[in-house]
Design a protein around this ligand. Structure first.
Ligand code: G3P
Length: 217
């Protein structure tokens, strides 16, 4: 599973990208509003750092989504246009794909939606696992079913596990066959921390220091 940052915070993503394991970022209108600033500028800055930056359209009709999608994709070759799973969205996906634009279909809550999105040509589908859990179902099950369907039917669309809320979600998404996990920075920092790593390192360094002292260094 590749690891993306689910954020539009350029400074925060810079810090994470420096660590070397983040290859993309996914944004949505809520995340852009939270970051503040000019959306086009944010997408360009992120796309200069990362190979995949999902940027979402806000029009609700197919023509509007198509137009916005073309504009977003012209900002940088690393931009992937995010289209919501609606009947109008599906029409827009088809048209954008015909123009060679990469598309991520978002707001996916079932394996059936994921299969349909794949059939109109989506390069990526984004099931929202946390929001599925919120209504009493299993988000990870949706990933597992989708991964199985894509394997059985030889579908190359990649699954982006989104709406990851905690470290256990991250591990479960990887185990259930997601190709990519997009993770909020706060959860990424939690993944990097382990108390036994800290205790172990303190002990190693302390023992090393004692050894040096015993040699009179
Ligand atoms: O990637 C989708 C994500 O941003 C939604 O997360 O936590 O608002 O369900 P959440």
């Amino acid at each position: 599973m590749r690891i993306f940052a689910d954020s539009a915070d350029v400074e925060e993503i810079k810090k994470l990208a420096d660590l070397g394991f983040i290859s993309g970022a996914t944004t949505n209108p809520t995340l852009i509003a939270k970051a503040g600033g000019e959306p086009g500028e944010i997408y360009a800055q992120l796309a200069n750092m990362l190979e995949h930056v999902s940027a979402e359209v806000v029009a609700e009709d197919a023509d509007g989504m198509y137009r916005e999608g073309r504009e977003l994709s012209s900002i940088h070759p690393n931009i992937v246009v995010k289209i919501p799973f609606t009947p109008e969205g599906l029409k827009a996906v088809r048209r954008l794909k015909a123009d060679g634009v990469r598309v991520n279909v978002t707001l996916i809550f079932s394996a059936a939606q994921a299969l349909i999105a794949a059939r109109v040509g989506a390069d990526f589908v984004s099931p929202f696992i946390g929001r599925i859990d919120d209504i009493g179902y299993s988000g990870v099950d949706v990933i597992r079913q989708t991964a199985k369907i894509f394997t059985l039917h030889d579908i190359s669309t990649q699954i982006i596990a989104a709406s990851i809320r905690h470290p256990a979600h991250f591990i479960e998404a990887a185990l259930s066959g997601a190709h990519i996990g997009t993770v909020p920075p706060a959860v990424i920092w939690k993944l990097l921390k382990h108390p036994l790593t800290d205790i172990g390192l303190r002990r190693f360094l302390e023992d090393w220091r004692k050894l040096q002292e015993s040699k009179g260094k």
